[in-house]
Design a protein around this ligand. Sequence first.
Ligand SMILES: Cc1ncc(COP(=O)(O)O)c(C=O)c1O
Length: 409
Amino acid sequence: MSLDAERLREDFPILRRTFHGKRFVYLDNAATTQKPSCVIDRLSEFYRLYNSNVHRGAYTLAEEATDLYEKSRANISAFIGGKPEELIFVRGATEAINMVAYSYALARLEKGDTILSTEMEHHSNIVPWQLLQPHGLRLDFVKLSGKGELSLEDFKEKITRRTKLVTFTHASNVLGTINPASEFAKIAHDNGSKVLVDGAQSVPHMPVDVRELGADFYAFSGHKMLGPMGIGGLYAKSDLLEEMAPFQGGGEMIKEVGLDASTWAEPPQKFEAGTPNVAGSVGLSEAVDYLRRLDMSRVREHEKRLSAYALQELESQEGVRVFGPGDPERRGGVISFEVKGVHPHDLATILDREGVAIRSGHHCAQPVADWLGVSATARASFYIYNDHTDIDSLISALGMVRKIFGRRA
Ligand SMILES: Cc1ncc(COP(=O)(O)O)c(C=O)c1O
C-alpha cells in the first residue's frame, strides 16, 4: 500500500499556509522537515505536564521526566537497530560527528594515523577532521566519479594500514546518491578500520539497521525526520563508548568529582554533560512512532516513485540539467539541478512567488559543487507529504522562470 500524501498533509499545520496566494509546496526537506501535530502537541504536553530536570530529583515529577527521557532513548535507538545504552543524545548530526572526532579520533588515534572521508560529504563530515590535522592526524578523501558515485577503486587504493577511521555519508544531500554502506563498511573492517556513517539523509528516508550496515558509529538529526530542532543521535557500539574520552565536562557526566581529579559516569551519561534537551528527545520519539506507523519501506518506495517522476519531468525540460545518478533505485529523494542562464538563487526566488520552496546554494557541500564545476545548484527534496502534484507545481513554476528569463533559460 502506498502512502497517501494528500491525507498526510493534513497532519502538518504549516502546510495549510499559503505563500503569495499559492498552495504551499515545500520541497526543502533535505534542509529540515515539517512537524506533524502529534510532535508539536507532545512537546507542548511535556512542558505543560512533565517539565523537570532529569537524573536528579527524587520527587515524582522528576522521576516521570527521567522515565520519559530514557524511554525516548530506547525507542529512538531501537528505530535504527541499536540498544538503549548505545545512543547518545546530541544536537544533531554535526555534533555527533564532532563527538567522534574529539572523543574517539583525537583521544584514541596516534600521530600519523589517517581518517578517510570522501568528496561527497557535507561540511560537517569534513571540517571536524580538518580541525584535527594540527594534532598530527592525517586526512584523505575518496574521489567522486561517474554521475556522482564514490569510486570504489579509489577507496580501495586510499585505505591503508594507517587508516584508522573511514567516514562517509549514507546518502548525499546534493547528488541524492545512496552509498553501498555495508559494502564500504566491510572493506573498512577487513582493513581494521572503524566506520562512521553520516545518516542525516538516510534515517529519515529508508529503513536503517546499524548492525546490518556494520556501522561502528552512526550520526543523525531529529529535525530532518519530523522531530524538533536541537536533538539528534550518535549511535556507537558499547565497547567504543567505553574506551572513548568524554566530549564535554560538567554535571551529570561524572561518577565522582574531586578538586584534583574526577571519574566518569557510565555511557551514555558520560557523553551528556549538563541539562539535556529532554523535550526534544520526547518529541523525536513521537516522530519515530509516527514514521514507524507509516513503515519506512513504504516511505522509501514513496520517495522512489516521486524521484522517478521528478527526474523524468525535469529532464524533459529544455535548458534543465539534472545532477546525480539517473537510477531512482540508487538515489534518495534529493534532486539538484540547474537551469541554463539562470542563477539558482534567482530560480529559487521566482519559484517562491509560485508557492514552491526549494533550496539554492552549495548546500554545505562545496567540494561537491567544485566537482560538478558549479558554484551553486537548485535543489528539490521530497518527503512523505509531497506528491505528484507538488512536482507538477515545480515544473509549471519553471515555466514561469522561462517566461521571465525569456530565451536565455
Ligand atoms: C549529509 C548531511 N550531514 C550532516 C548534516 C548536518 O546536519 P545538522 O545541521 O542537523 O547537524 C546535514 C544537514 O544538511 C546533511 O545533509
